[in-house]
Design a protein around this ligand. Structure first.
Ligand code: URA
Length: 220
C-alpha cells in the first residue's frame, strides 16, 4: 500500500471509531485518544491507556511520561511525527486505574487494525499491558524488556513504561539503553539480536489464551 492510501485508510478508520461506545469508558472520557504520528511509520510505540492530560487533549503521551518519551525519541534522532504512538485502550480508565480485561478485549481490535494499516516493521510495547497483549503472554515486563520477538515478520520489543521509570529513576539508564537498541534495530534490516527468543517458547509458557477473544487528522 502506498503512503497516500495508508494515510487515507487510517483517517477513515479514525472517523469510523472516534465515537465508540463499546464500553463504559466512553461515558467518562473527555476525548477518544486514537493515537498520533505517521501512518507510514516504521516504528510504532504502544502504551497502556490515556491518562488525565491525554483524555483532555485527545492525544497520546502528552503528560510527564510523554515528555520523557519525547526526550528518549530525540536521543535516537526521532521526532514523534516520525513514529506512531498508540495505546491498548483508547479511553481513560477513571482515576488512571489499570485497564480491565474486558476493556482490553473490547478495545484490542482497534489497536490490531491500526497495526494492520500502518504495518510497522518494529513495535515497541511500553509496559506490561501492551506487552502481554501483543506477545500473548503473561510474563512480566522485567523478564521481557530489551528482548526482540519476531511476530508476523515484525519485531516486537518490550520496554519499560516511561511512567514507571519516572517512579523508579534507577531504571532510567536501562530505558535509555533500550532506546539505543531500538535505534540499532531500526538501522539494521536483519539484526538477529543475541537475546532473541522464540515466540513459541513464550506462548507455551502462558496460561491459556488471555486474548480470547482532538482532531488528529492532520497528524497522520
Ligand atoms: N500512559 C500511557 O500508557 N499512555 C498515554 O497515552 C499516556 C500515559
Amino acid at each position: 500500500m502506498g503512503d497516500y492510501d495508508r494515510r487515507e485508510k487510517l483517517k477513515e478508520f479514525y472517523l469510523k471509531i472516534k465515537n465508540c461506545k463499546e464500553c463504559e469508558l466512553s461515558g467518562s472520557r473527555t476525548k477518544f485518544v486514537f493515537g498520533s504520528g505517521s501512518a507510514c511509520a516504521q516504528v510504532m510505540f504502544v502504551g497502556e491507556a490515556p491518562g488525565k492530560n491525554e483524555d483532555l487533549q485527545g492525544l497520546p503521551f502528552v503528560g510527564r511520561a510523554g515528555k520523557l518519551l519525547d526526550e528518549l525519541l530525540g536521543s535516537i534522532g526521532f521526532d514523534r511525527s516520525d513514529v506512531f504512538i498508540a495505546n491498548v485502550l483508547k479511553c481513560r480508565p477513571p482515576g488512571n486505574r489499570d485497564p480491565g480485561i474486558e476493556e482490553i478485549n473490547t478495545c484490542k481490535g482497534y489497536l490490531l487494525e491500526q497495526i494492520k494499516i500502518i504495518d510497522p516493521r518494529i513495535i515497541c510495547t511500553l509496559g506490561k499491558f501492551s506487552t502481554n497483549l501483543l506477545l500473548n503472554t503473561d510474563k512480566g515486563i522485567n523478564t521481557l524488556r530489551g528482548k526482540v520477538f519476531k511476530v508476523d515478520s515484525r519485531s516486537i520489543m518490550p520496554i519499560n513504561h516511561p511512567a514507571a521509570v519516572l517512579y523508579a529513576p534507577s531504571r532510567m539508564e536501562i530505558l535509555r539503553q533500550d532506546f539505543q537498541k531500538i535505534k540499532r534495530l531500526v538501522d539494521s534490516d536483519s539484526e538477529t539480536p543475541a537475546c532473541k527468543e522464540d515466540i513459541l517458547d513464550l506462548k507455551s509458557e502462558t496460561t491459556g489464551d488471555k486474548q480470547s477473544k482532538g482532531e488528529q487528522l492532520g497528524l497522520f
